[in-house]
Design a protein around this ligand. Structure first.
Ligand SMILES: [Zn+2]
Length: 307
């Protein structure tokens, strides 16, 4: 931005010089000169103004990072919460440090999500709140609602694993039907390329986004750096990009170094809800979410916020 304004200023001074040189070289009468001067100044100012507006409204490339699987590792959780950047933290329900870290995250103004465990093709255990394909409608919805009620201050949901469940339109319909009762956005973690989760969320008018990059499925600084640079490149190409990372020591260490360099690289970092807002400048996420909730949830939310 500073460079743009500098260029703009140099451009302005250069054109003023040209303008005066033109007037001095002219042989016409003083009155004609004055008129010509006025017209040229008007053209010049309007050109200058349009350049100025363009420079001011250009959106800087923006990234958002969700840290999944919050609630297990206390030390890494605390370090992430204390990073002075708008990370979005997604908590598994009823894990050893979920409650404690959520309170801390809320105090440090971090955006909070539910990381809803969903059935995967590897057969990994799901723990509390696990949603499975064989569940009937009532059980699946009840299980999801119990998880929502465990995550105070939450504003969104993404899936933990879920390579099986997110490809099942019937289960996803029940999940989105439930979420649409509450003022929450949804992020498809995209653990399967065949996921129907984001499309189903759109059918229920739930503000939704999809993950672009996984940062740390190999826990090695060089690998995380490669993924992070891919994220930046995507944001520079498309305006915005979303990554998912985890509370691994290597990720925490890398992010605390890399995020402090973003400013000098001309990249912004935002929460998920802010990034949604950037992608939908004509809409207001609060209004979109307000269209969704029912009365029953408003009471739950009030209870959360008063605790
Ligand atoms: Zn996860």
């Amino acid at each position: 931005m500073i460079l743009a304004l500098k260029t703009h200023l140099i451009w302005k001074v250069h054109h003023f010089k040209m303008l005066f040189q033109f007037l001095l070289s002219s042989n016409t009468s003083t009155l004609k000169n004055l008129l010509r001067f006025k017209v040229l100044v008007c053209i010049f100012l309007s050109c200058g103004l349009s350049v100025h507006i363009k420079a001011d409204t250009k959106q800087t490339p923006t990234i958002a990072i969700i840290i999944d699987d919050m609630g297990h590792s206390y030390d890494q959780g605390v370090e992430l919460i204390n990073l002075p950047f708008p990370l979005t933290l997604s908590f598994l329900p009823e894990r050893p440090y979920t409650k404690k870290l959520i309170e801390m995250a809320n105090f440090h103004k971090k955006e909070i999500m539910l990381h809803a465990p969903m059935q995967n093709s590897m057969g990994f255990g799901l723990g509390f709140g696990g949603l499975k394909k064989e569940m009937n409608e009532a059980t699946l919805k009840k299980t999801l609602i119990e998880s929502l009620q465990k995550i105070h201050y939450m504003v969104g949901i993404n899936n933990h694993m879920g390579s099986v469940l997110t490809t099942d339109p019937r289960a996803m319909k029940w999940v989105m039907e439930t979420i649409s009762q509450y003022p929450f956005y949804f992020v498809d973690s995209r653990t399967s390329s065949k996921s129907v989760a984001a499309n189903m969320a759109s059918e229920f008018n739930i503000p939704n986004l999809s993950r672009d990059i996984f940062l740390d499925h190999i826990q090695d600084r060089e690998f995380i750096q490669t993924q992070f640079l891919k994220l930046i490149a995507l944001a520079e190409k498309n305006g915005t990009a979303i990554a998912i990372g985890h509370p691994h020591p290597e990720t925490v260490e890398y992010l605390s170094w890399a995020l402090s360099k973003l400013d000098e690289k001309g990249i912004s970092i935002a929460t998920i809800s802010s990034l949604w807002q950037i992608r939908h400048p004509q809409k207001d996420i609060q209004k979109e979410l307000a269209k969704l909730p029912n009365q029953r949830f408003k009471q739950v939310r009030l209870a959360h916020n008063s605790q």
